[in-house]
Ligand binder design. Structure first.
Ligand code: SIN
Ligand code: FE2
Length: 201
């Protein structure tokens, strides 16, 4: 499904690997637990987060940035699992972005009511590299807008196993997640997991 120029939703692309991908998320979360980060404005984000890979996305009173270390433990983030790198490369290729190799993996955990307000992913160095975003567990409504905050976003349902890829002319598209509806998913229970793979460095 086309979301925009250079932006596609690959429905069910990761469905067959979902169980092993969730195992990898659980391993990462044992080494670097999910935590609620603070926005630069001092608010607690409603989705909890962790990271894997050479660069982890962090937010605190000082701003947003990539950091090689988990600020909670002082240790490097867990290694990016090969299964994520492989999936990201395959999804990017399916979306016509060849040779994508992520070095950053942000994992978002949404419980009922959690949301992510409209934003651009723009802390990365090279905007020629796409964003690959995997959905697991409870469904969510993805808000996918244009290049300005005031463009009315499309509302697209993201389900377990779906992978969204955006790059090229849509690389800096505003996007977000509407408040998560309550529910129970056989794979994750009462939450949604999003794994966002990026080339940050
Ligand atoms: C993000 O923009 O970092 C996450 C999007 C999602 O949860 O699908
Ligand atoms: Fe994002």
């Amino acid at each position: 499904m086309i979301l925009g120029p250079g932006a596609v939703l690959l429905r069910g692309f990761a469905l067959h690997d979902a169980e092993s991908l969730l195992d990898a998320v659980a391993r990462i979360a044992r080494a670097a637990p999910f935590r609620f980060m603070q926005t630069p404005g001092g608010f607690r984000m409603s989705a909890s987060m962790t990271n894997a890979g050479a660069a982890g996305w962090v937010s605190d009173r000082r701003g947003y940035r990539y950091d090689a270390r988990d600020p909670d433990s002082g240790k490097p983030w867990p290694k990016l699992p090969a299964a994520f790198t492989t999936l990201a490369g395959a999804a990017a290729t399916a979306a016509r972005f060849e040779g994508f190799v992520p070095d950053a993996c942000l994992i978002n955990r949404y419980e009922p009511g959690a949301r992510l307000s409209l934003h651009q992913d723009k802390n990365e160095r090279d905007f020629s590299q796409p964003i690959v975003s995997l959905s697991l567990g409870l469904p969510a409504v993805f808000l996918f807008g244009g290049l300005t905050r005031t463009d009315t976003p499309r509302r697209v349902r993201l389900e377990h196993g779906d992978v969204a890829v955006w790059g090229g002319p849509s690389r800096l598209a505003f996007h977000g997640i509407a408040p998560l509806k309550d529910g129970e998913h056989p794979a994750t229970g009462r939450c949604r997991i999003n794994v966002t793979l990026r080339r940050a460095l």
